[in-house]
Design a protein around this ligand. Structure first.
Ligand code: NAD
Ligand code: MG
Length: 390
């Protein structure tokens, strides 16, 4: 039996992971499940899967979690330190599915103990790529990509010589507003931005798909994980979301990964890697699909993409600043403080001020460097939001 832990168990990726684990009774022993505000779901899953420990990141919800787990034999814990502690418990496989920069520290705990980290939390590599990859190498830890595009790249690269890779093409659905007239975008509401044409995901990543900040994060994530240089990375809009990524090789061949838009494919691949096992995902009926279409992304509609290449060129701490500014801008949009198009303006302004004042191109030497840049970028983003609201 393999032991597994799920960080961010109550979210969209976490629940899809639990679905796969619950379908294989007796195959997995669950160590830790972590969540935040949804205590009922966290406790119910911990009891159902007989987890050793259930942890909420919220100190204030400790009594509620204790009460929900009373008499079940599942241990309760609370607070950010308890989440990191849960990550450090020995488990053969750990899913990193916390949303945002909060996922970084627990993921590092898994790498510290030389564990296998299934990485859905893209912010880990965006904020701290070089540190994370160096730590994994030093500790003999394994990172398996779970973001669908990165899982697709990883799968298409199996058995290939990375030296013969000419280009890596990441597909994008184009999000909720891909067909909207440009001038209408500034009126986009929270509800409109929170619906995705093809994927069912958490609210934050769904909005990031509409703005393509999600694709921007994924470009940086690919750069860090696969070591692909920025000029070899491309984004193509593919509204059907059936091809998740393509690799272009030196001989002109393109290897595409095709599959249904169901995260259980990428999660299941990471769960069973290096084997392939049967997964409960739909089988594509190509004749019914008929055709696959592609178009180039419009830079005016998706300013986040140019920001990603700017961040990749600058390197160092700019990924941490970019992500933190994006998280605050997204908070501001969700709270109704700024409009949809203002999010890119906020991030652009933060990168501008911080790169002239803060030496963003310097490499991070520790988690502290990253957290300090993250905090500062959030302050700068709040200032930019306040200026927009004046
Ligand atoms: P979600 O919002 O549905 O779930 C987030 C999880 O993180 C929840 O369990 C929540 O309790 C927990 N959490 C939130 N704030 C926390 C905090 N401060 N400390 C500890 N835990 C906290 O998000 P999701 O859509 O499942 O995405 C999770 C991660 O996976 C994100 O980084 C996202 O970009 C990435 N990802 C998601 C998908 C998808 O299909 N949903 C696809 C690719 C990558
Ligand atoms: Mg993705």
């Amino acid at each position: 039996m393999r032991s597994v832990s799920i960080l961010g168990a109550t979210g969209s990726i976490g629940q899809n992971t639990i679905d796969l684990i619950a379908r294989a009774p007796g195959a997995f022993a669950v160590q830790a499940l972590t969540g935040a505000g949804n205590i009922a779901r966290l406790a119910a899953d911990a009891i159902r899967l007989r987890a050793a420990v259930a942890v909420t990141s919220r100190d204030d919800l400790y009594p509620a979690l204790q009460q929900a787990l009373a008499g079940s034999g599942v241990q309760a814990a609370a607070g950010a330190a308890a989440v990191a502690e849960a990550a450090s418990r020995p488990a053969d496989w750990t899913m990193s599915a916390i949303v945002g920069a909060a996922g970084l520290a627990p993921g590092l705990q898994v790498l510290e103990r030389g564990g296998t980290l299934a990485l859905a939390n893209k912010e880990t590599l965006v904020t701290a790529g070089p540190l994370v990859m160096a730590l994994a190498r030093a500790r003999g830890a394994t990172i398996l990509p779970v973001d669908s595009e990165h899982s697709a790249i990883f799968q298409a690269l199996q058995g290939e010589d990375v030296a013969s890779v000419e280009r890596v093409i990441i597909t994008a659905s184009g999000g909720a507003f891909r067909d909207w007239p440009l001038e209408r975008l500034k009126t986009a509401t929270l509800a409109q931005a929170s619906t995705h044409p093809n994927w069912a995901m958490g609210q934050r990543i769904t909005i990031d798909s509409a703005s393509m900040f999600n694709k921007a994060l994924e470009l940086i994530e690919a750069r860090e994980f696969f070591g692909t240089s920025p000029e070899r990375l491309e984004v193509i809009i593919h509204p059907e979301s059936l091809i998740h990524a393509l690799i272009g090789f030196a001989d002109g061949a393109l290897m595409a990964h095709v599959g249904p838009p169901d995260m259980r494919h990428a999660i299941g691949y990471a769960l069973h890697w290096p084997q392939r096992r049967a997964l409960p995902v739909a089988r594509l009926d190509l004749a019914a699909i008929g055709k696959l279409t592609f178009r180039a992304p419009d830079p005016a509609r998706y300013p986040a993409l140019a920001l990603a290449w700017q961040v990749m060129a600058a390197g160092g701490l700019s990924g941490a600043a970019f992500n933190a500014a994006k998280e605050r801008a997204l908070d501001g949009f969700i709270a109704g403080q700024i409009g949809f198009l203002d999010m890119a303006r906020v991030v652009d302004a933060v990168l501008d001020t911080m790169s002239s004042q803060q030496g963003l191109q310097n490499a991070a030497t520790s988690l502290d460097d990253i957290m300090q840049t993250d905090r500062l970028a959030r302050i700068r983003a709040d200032e930019a939001i306040a200026r927009i609201r004046e």
